[in-house]
Design a protein around this ligand. Structure first.
Ligand code: NAP
Length: 320
């Protein structure tokens, strides 16, 4: 549902970067009739009038593009991560960046728990086992229980908390690492390696970007240990993928479930060689319901900005 009565608002031309799923695409095109990069390359007058960019969190918005758009006022991304948008550069030019927090928490938490269970119970292999007819020749190897495990969450933010909340009925212990100790009943660890040493299952749920690059490195994976598994739904950059491949080769950890990668889309990877790795193609928020809600909030952010001067959910950089 739209947050404001936006029909009368006179909007400047909107530039769309990236592909949106069909339902979100239809919504965006009905409201904005957005133009493309090709359109502004062809038409300089149009380029100079672009007031808003709508995009998704897996596309780069570079500083050169922002400099080519003298009327740009808002970059609205359909996603919560903004590691591919130069937020500080935009802020210095008075350009607002808005994202779509919270309304994807449930979808990402559901996928995280799905990946954990797929890894522990070997669900992709079990499916192949049945389809191949191997069942009639012998029993499927035993998996591991989730119940009774220690789950460590790197990044106890909106999504981290939703994962913790939804894990409660699974009868697990939960602890977390973040830069700040929060007023939570879960134990806090001051270093990711300490959390990894405590954990059976280590989940990365923090933002990407330079500050968290390779937060999960060889030392953290070694601390996780031979019975530990890694789940990454954060950003590919958070995990040192070479160190992860080496840890899997050395059998220094028991397995990994990954939704995000250092290079996306992933067409070939050393990770494909491991049977104790479950892979998904960056689909944390990829449900019809969630992507539609994200597209609507993206639209509402732009319309609200040009109506009231304020986006509904602007990105606010924390002062540290
Ligand atoms: P959020 O509410 O801002 O939470 C981020 C958490 O990470 C906070 O608890 C923060 O705690 C911690 N953090 C931030 N910087 C850190 C650092 N340098 N070192 C350690 N911890 C740090 O964000 P959210 O809405 O939960 O989203 C988290 C991330 O999930 C997004 O940024 C995105 O990358 C990822 N995501 C992935 C998908 C997918 O499709 N797989 C979908 C949506 C989101 P402190 O400030 O105390 O450190």
């Amino acid at each position: 549902m739209s947050h404001c009565n936006d029909k009368q608002v006179n909007l400047p031309p909107v530039l769309c970067i990236g592909d949106f799923p069909a339902n979100a695409h239809a919504l965006l095109h009905a409201r904005f009739a957005p133009v493309s990069l090709d359109d502004i390359d062809r038409d300089h007058a149009l380029r100079e009038r672009i007031g808003a960019i709508v995009t998704r969190s897996n596309y780069d918005i570079d500083t050169a593009l922002i400099e080519r758009l003298p009327s740009l006022k808002i970059i609205a991304t359909s996603g919560v991560g903004f590691d591919r948008i130069p937020v500080e550069f935009a802020r210095e030019r008075g350009i607002v960046v808005a994202n779509t927090p919270d309304l994807l928490n449930a979808a990402v938490a559901e996928l995280t728990i799905g990946l954990m269970l797929a890894l522990l119970r070997q669900l992709p292999q079990a499916d192949r086992f049945v389809r191949s007819g191997a069942w009639s020749k012998g029993a499927f190897p035993l998996g591991s229980s989730l119940a009774g495990k220690r789950v460590g969450i790197i990044g106890m933010g909106r999504i981290g908390k939703e994962i913790a909340r939804r894990l409660a009925p699974f009868d697990v212990e939960i602890a977390y690492y973040g830069r700040t100790k929060q007023a939570l009943s879960h134990e806090w660890f001051a270093h990711p390696a300490e959390l990894a040493r405590w954990s059976d299952i280590l989940i990365a749920a923090c933002p990407g970007g330079s500050e968290t690059r390779h937060l999960v490195d060889a030392a953290v994976l070694d601390a996780l240990g031979t019975r530990g598994v890694l789940v990454n739904i954060a950003r590919g950059s958070v995990v040192d993928e070479n160190a992860l491949v080496q840890a899997l080769e050395r059998q220094a950890i028991a397995g990994a479930a990954l939704d995000v990668f250092e290079r996306e889309p992933l067409d070939t990877s050393a990770l494909f060689a491991f049977d104790n790795v479950v892979l998904s193609p960056h689909i944390g928020s990829a449900t019809h319901e969630t992507r539609l809600a994200m597209a609507q909030l993206t639209i509402d952010n732009v319309v609200s900005f040009f109506t009231t001067g304020k986006a509904i959910t602007p990105v606010i950089l924390a002062a540290r």
